[in-house]
Ligand binder design. Structure first.
Ligand SMILES: Cc1ncc(C[n+]2csc(CCOP(=O)(O)OP(=O)(O)O)c2C)c(N)n1
Length: 562
């Protein structure tokens, strides 16, 4: 490694490393322990600093950059409360496979052994929820640690890494410059041994109802491309988890049996139960544990992923194809000759019909009363362009959206399902706007319940000041409904779920955003169109009808379902 003749201050080496890693956006909140890095960023011609209103939202935005682009998103927080405010976002990123590098400040080395202002053993707090947490101890480690953090976040399974930079090191100089760009890219994985691929090929050829079950690690563009090609060559039914949304293209929609998760009552669940060979691709149990979809542990499973599975009674693959998903699917496609035609299967025909049956009732005969979720979704599907990114918060709103909203491209319909973290949708929409070329040039749509919105609503200010073009729909029922209806099912009553008392139109106006209201069914189409046409940030307060929610959790398919 070449040593620079003019030593660089370590804060500058951090920023040089970010640039060499391809980072062009950094999200954060300043503080005395990280102001050296903020100062170094001020002069940087190519890295844009986005100042957020809460560290949790900064890490949400960084995670969305990671999820959408595949390259780590970066956030910066000061020591103590700044660092601990990152916790939920970092846990979400690690669970959900989003590459994130967080840089946190810490007190000077001289003070690190005692209690002092804003001191905290932040790495001890963050370590269990991250892939890697590294405390820099000497100046000449900075470049290496930054490189390591990026490689750690990007290698599969992807997730969050944290670098802690003591205040005195940030100000000091190091002779070791940032690593060059090329060092930040990872070596590729290869396919599994050919004998394993051939065995899986035989299993598929012999299966009467093979099903492809796509999980969160199947949505990288190059993986999606090979999956689509595989399906063209060997058509078979497909189901997605919520985070795999968009993997199946419009062209292949006749193979798509919907998304599964949360309650085992979907056509996709019945298909999995009837299948004699489930091929999971990039499946992660945090989204939908196998004890829910393979209750009796009888299904024959092939596991295709970058890593071995969490083996257990409900998830016991016959074969695991470990390595590059892309290469393994490609090799598999080339090693299969004949597959059974699913279009002749009576089961498939009836489940496909069941999956699409909701459309018939989506637009109610009588358009009055509170807004019906399916009516809203069928309108949104019509008015939103297929190239619009849609982010969706957790809540009853996400159960409906993940079941009934179609998305045909990866990275365009995003939700948090591994941790089900409330509050992601607005920060994610901001990040989705910023990664556009040019930034904020296209409409982004986000949705949340009235509860989830309040988790990150302060970022409305960020969105407006950045001149984002976001329409955020709030399904407003004045309650934490997803909890409410499940409590009612469990206990016959609910507790701790009342919200209300916020006028979201006036709230929007206070931030200089535009506010719209949809009071009732008859206003859905006109107001939705007007809101989507509005250039800038708008909030649409939708009076939602949650009276039939318990149906979302009804008709759970019986354990012995064959
Ligand atoms: C950070 C966090 N806290 C709590 C929960 C538990 N939780 C899941 S859904 C939900 C209610 C969501 O209510 P709202 O945002 O109003 O959406 P709705 O269900 O009414 O559509 C809660 C509290 C969570 N998932 N994440």
């Amino acid at each position: 490694m070449e040593l620079l003749s003019i030593p660089r201050n370590c804060a500058n080496i951090v920023v040089d490393s970010l640039y060499n890693a391809g980072v062009r956006l950094v999200f954060g909140i300043p503080g005395a322990k990280v102001d050296g890095i903020f100062d170094a960023l001020l002069d940087h011609p190519a890295i844009r600093l986005i100042v957020c209103r809460h560290e949790q939202n900064a890490v949400f935005m960084a995670a969305a950059v990671g999820r959408i682009t595949g390259h780590p998103g970066v956030c910066i927080a000061t020591s103590g409360p700044g660092a601990s405010n990152l916790t939920t976002g970092l846990a979400t990123a690690t669970t959900e496979g989003d590459p994130v590098v967080a840089i946190i400040g810490s007190v000077s080395r001289l003070q690190s052994t005692k209690r002092t202002h804003q001191s905290m053993r932040a790495l001890d707090v963050l370590n269990p929820i991250c892939k890697e947490t590294i405390g820099i101890e000497v100046e000449d480690q900075v470049a290496e640690v930054m490189l390591d953090a990026f490689r750690g976040a990007t290698s599969y399974p992807r997730g969050a890494t944290v670098v802690s930079l003591p205040l005195d090191i940030a100000k000091s100089e190091s002779k070791i410059p940032a690593f060059p760009s090329v060092s930040f890219s990872l070596p590729d994985f290869g396919p599994s041994p050919i004998s394993c691929i051939e065995s899986v090929g035989h299993l598929i050829e012999e299966a009467k109802l093979p099903v492809l079950f796509l999980g969160m690690r199947s949505t990288a563009p190059q993986v999606v491309a090979v999956i689509r090609n595989f399906l063209k060559l060997h058509p078979m039914p497909v189901v997605e988890t919520f985070q795999a949304a968009g993997a199946v293209s419009r062209e292949l929609v006749n193979l798509f049996y919907g998304r599964v998760g949360l309650f085992r009552n979907q056509p996709g669940d019945k298909l999995l139960a009837k299948s004699d060979l489930v091929l999971t691709v990039g499946y992660d149990p945090t989204e939908y544990d196998a004890n829910l979809w393979n209750v009796q542990g009888k299904l024959r499973i092939v596991h295709i992923d970058y890593q071995t599975c969490d083996f257990g009674f409900h998830y016991r693959p016959i074969i695991e194809l470990i390595g590059s998903i892309e290469h393994n699917i490609k090799c598999l496609a080339a090693n299969i000759r004949n597959t059974v035609s699913h279009s002749e299967s009576e089961i498939c025909r009836s489940l496909y019909e069941e999956f699409h049956s909701w459309r018939k009732t989506a637009v109610p005969e009588e358009v009055s009363g509170l807004v019906k979720p399916l009516h809203f979704i069928s309108c949104l599907q019509r008015y939103v362009s297929p190239t619009t990114t849609v982010t969706c918060d957790v809540g009853t709103v996400y159960i409906y959206m993940m079941r009934y909203f179609f998305a045909y491209e990866p990275g365009m319909f995003l939700t948090s399902n591994g941790q089900q973290t409330l509050g992601v949708s607005l920060p994610w929409a901001i990040a989705a706007s910023l990664v556009q070329e040019p930034p904020c040039s296209k409409k982004v749509v986000s949705l949340s319940g009235d509860g989830g919105f309040m988790f990150s609503s302060q970022e409305l200010s960020t969105a407006v000041q950045l001149k984002c073009n976001i329409t955020h729909f709030i399904w407003n029922d004045g309650h934490y409904n997803m909890v409410e209806f499940q409590e009612e099912l469990k206990y016959g009553r609910s507790s701790g779920i009342a919200l209300g008392g916020v006028d979201f139109v006036r709230f929007a106006e206070a931030f200089d955003a535009k506010g719209f209201r949809i009071h009732s069914e008859d206003e859905v189409e006109s107001v939705m169109r007007e809101a989507l046409a509005y250039e800038g940030v708008s909030i649409v307060d939708v009076s939602i009808d949650y009276s039939r929610n318990q149906e979302l959790a009804s008709n759970i398919i019986p354990e012995e379902y064959k």
